[in-house]
Design a protein around this ligand. Structure first.
Ligand code: FAD
Length: 278
């Protein structure tokens, strides 16, 4: 059982709890992005456990009218066990999702995985007519050229700032430089993509910039935020008519994810302390 303190950021240990959360969100005009927590499996067998859980939740979704996609991590479905394992498993998940009419997002991990992830995404996006999306990270110096490549590939693109500690050789280090890159990447996306733009950020400045670009280019976009982060803003954006999708982690490996959320922000630490102290 997930303790109440963690349930702000994680929907539950089971898929059914996550689906209940999606149902609540849908009633408030927000879509879901289900993410089974798990990463860095080194064997095909370990990855298979999570692949099976994704296949099960996709089968379950087929029988519902819930508005949700799924988002998978490459190292959760075998990239550390071998490129072939990852590509095979991603193909199985996308095929099942396609049968259930569910959109699949591919998360992006550290820069050593970018080429393989981008190649696999491009292949499947072309095969499945764009019913897949890829995350790209503004902190990586290569992202502007990756976006040029993605402009010729069907599917959606989620732009985030980047969550991994990366070396200076490949990534901008200063917050302001990452923000500048985020703005530049957004500008390129709005200039070049007709649709499929996802703004994966809680930053009011980036969301305002996306709104202005959307207005100027008359292009729609979606906002994606994490469960438990700026929830009021998520509902306000949805109420104002923007497409909002919430990334919903669930599963029994919630502890390290919860610690990460708590550590990244002083307010979250206070929230945790208030919940623990009498
Ligand atoms: P930050 O630069 O962290 O913060 C900027 C401003 O946003 C803050 O000053 C504040 O005003 C506001 N803000 C930020 N956090 C909070 C908070 N907790 N409470 C209140 N206000 C806040 N990273 C990857 O590397 N790969 C992925 O696949 C990936 N997928 C993601 C999917 C989604 C849907 C989201 C939202 C993020 C994802 N990330 C991913 C994480 C991302 O890279 C960033 O690390 C994370 O989103 C923090 O950056 P930020 O843009 O939200 O703003």
């Amino acid at each position: 059982m997930i303790p109440p303190i963690a349930s702000r950021f994680v929907a539950g240990e089971s898929a059914s709890e996550a689906l209940d959360h999606v149902s609540d969100l849908n009633q408030g005009g927000i879509g879901g992005i289900l993410n089974l927590l798990g990463e860095h499996y080194e064997t095909r067998e370990a990855a298979e456990e999570d692949v099976k859980q994704y296949l099960a939740v996709l089968a379950e979704l087929e029988a519902t009218d819930l508005i949700t996609s799924v988002s998978v991590k490459p190292s959760q479905i075998g990239i550390d066990a071998g490129e072939d394992v990852f590509v095979e498993n991603l193909g199985r998940i996308i095929e099942a999702a396609n049968d259930s009419d569910v959109f699949v997002w591919v998360d992006m991990e550290d820069h050593t995985t970018t080429d393989v992830t981008l190649d696999a995404f491009s292949r499947f996006a072309s095969r499945y007519g764009g019913d897949v999306g890829l995350c790209v990270q503004a902190n990586l110096k290569r992202t502007s050229s990756d976006l040029e490549r993605l402009a010729d590939v069907p599917g959606k693109v989620r732009l985030v700032k980047g969550a991994y500690d990366e070396p200076e050789t490949v990534a901008y280090q200063e917050k302001e430089r990452v923000n500048q890159a985020y703005r530049e990447n957004l500008e390129y996306m709005f200039q070049t993509f007709d649709s499929g733009i996802a703004v994966g950020s809680h930053d009011p400045a980036m969301i305002d910039y996306a709104k202005a670009l959307g207005e100027a280019h008359q292009t729609e976009f979606e906002v994606q935020m994490l469960m438990g982060v700026r929830t009021d803003a998520q509902y306000e954006l949805a109420k104002a008519g923007y497409e909002v999708n919430q990334y919903i982690p669930y599963g029994d490996r919630w502890l390290s994810y919860f610690y990460r959320r708590i550590r990244e922000r002083k307010e979250n630490l206070l929230f945790a302390a208030r919940a623990i102290l009498p």
